[in-house]
Design a protein around this ligand. Structure first.
Ligand code: CP
Ligand code: NVA
Length: 303
């Protein structure tokens, strides 16, 4: 049966750990220039209804690395933009390609594609989730710090797609996890209810409390794609949720800071902190490639 990756909880803890192991091998092979092309003659359709740099390039390069091809569909260039039903698009694409990656607004679009497509569907970001990003973030922590379960992770800022997928990662793997968001900007209530059942999950309003003794601090933009009209009120609401040197003093001395990018220096992260952790942050971006190759290989070849 085909598998999809519409959200992080579509996979099990064991599958997540296998993907980490495989990403490590694929990363090593690429660095050593070893050619590995199990997806020769196979195709990935990439549907983009929102902008992207990393997701677009990492999926396209990843597919080529594995011997396959990626076909780009921008909303405006397709019949999707003119209202062709998702169930028809899904069935048509399934006749041409071996997997579909989609970046869009509503999670229901990804879920409908997954329901109607006979090939695997991958969520490349929706308003609710960004599972490929958090899978790569977990890999980055695993590479730098070792087993994520032995560490305290903190997320500061908007309870958005990144925060929701981090809670799913917590529910999957069970590390020590704290979040701080302003009132009214919390992650999805049903995820919070699930997470709050465990004592190693905490939700705060105060970012200083959330980062106490953290090994890893994450953040994301205050204004996500599609929220541009709210930018003035959001900038006000999030002013005290910036990752800066003062906040980092509460964390462990060997803390690392992650940012999924694009970053807004002076908003969610100070320029100093960004530059101090730039190597980690760009490794995190690079790892999208290795982790998604592991995901593509698994989803396409195992169906
Ligand atoms: N982090 C991330 O998904 O980047 P893009 O929006 O550039 O794809
Ligand atoms: N929360 C951001 C993530 C960008 C990768 C957005 O949805 O725009």
């Amino acid at each position: 049966m085909k598998r999809d990756f519409t959200k992080l909880l579509d996979i099990t803890m064991d599958e997540c750990l296998s993907l980490m192991e495989r990403a490590k091998e694929l990363k090593k092979m690429r660095k050593e220039g070893i050619e590995y092309q199990p997806l020769k003659g196979m195709y990935l359709a990439m549907i983009f209804e929102k902008a992207s740099t990393r997701t677009r390039i990492s999926f396209e390069v990843g597919m080529r690395d594995l011997g396959g091809h990626a076909v780009l569909l921008n909303r405006g260039d397709t019949q999707i933009g003119r209202g062709e039903p998702i169930e028809d698009t899904a069935r048509v694409l399934s006749r041409y390609v071996d997997a579909i990656m989609v970046r869009t607004y509503g999670q229901e679009i990804v879920d409908d594609l997954a329901k109607w497509a006979s090939v695997p569907v991958i969520n490349g970001l929706t308003d609710l989730y960004h599972p490929c990003q958090i899978l790569s973030d977990l890999f980055t922590i695993w590479e730098i710090k070792g087993d994520v379960k032995n560490h305290k992770i903190s997320y500061i800022g908007d309870g958005n797609n990144i925060a929701n997928s981090w809670i799913e990662a917590y529910l999957l793997l069970g590390f020590n996890f704290s979040i701080a968001t302003p009132k009214g900007y919390e992650p999805l209530p049903y995820l919070l209810d699930l997470a709050k059942k465990n004592s190693n999950f905490k939700l705060f309003n105060d970012p200083f409390e959330a980062v106490k003794d953290a090994d890893v601090i994450n953040t994301d933009v205050w204004v996500s794609m599609g929220q541009e009209k709210e930018q003035d009120e959001r900038r006000k609401a999030f002013t005290s949720y910036r990752i800066d040197e003062k906040l980092l003093k509460e964390a462990r001395e060997d803390v690392i800071v992650l940012h999924c990018l694009p970053a807004h220096r002076g908003e969610e992260i100070s320029g100093d902190v960004f530059e101090r952790f730039q190597d980690v942050i760009f490794t995190q971006a690079e790892n999208r490639l290795h982790v998604q190759k592991a995901l593509l290989e698994w989803l396409i070849l195992n169906r």
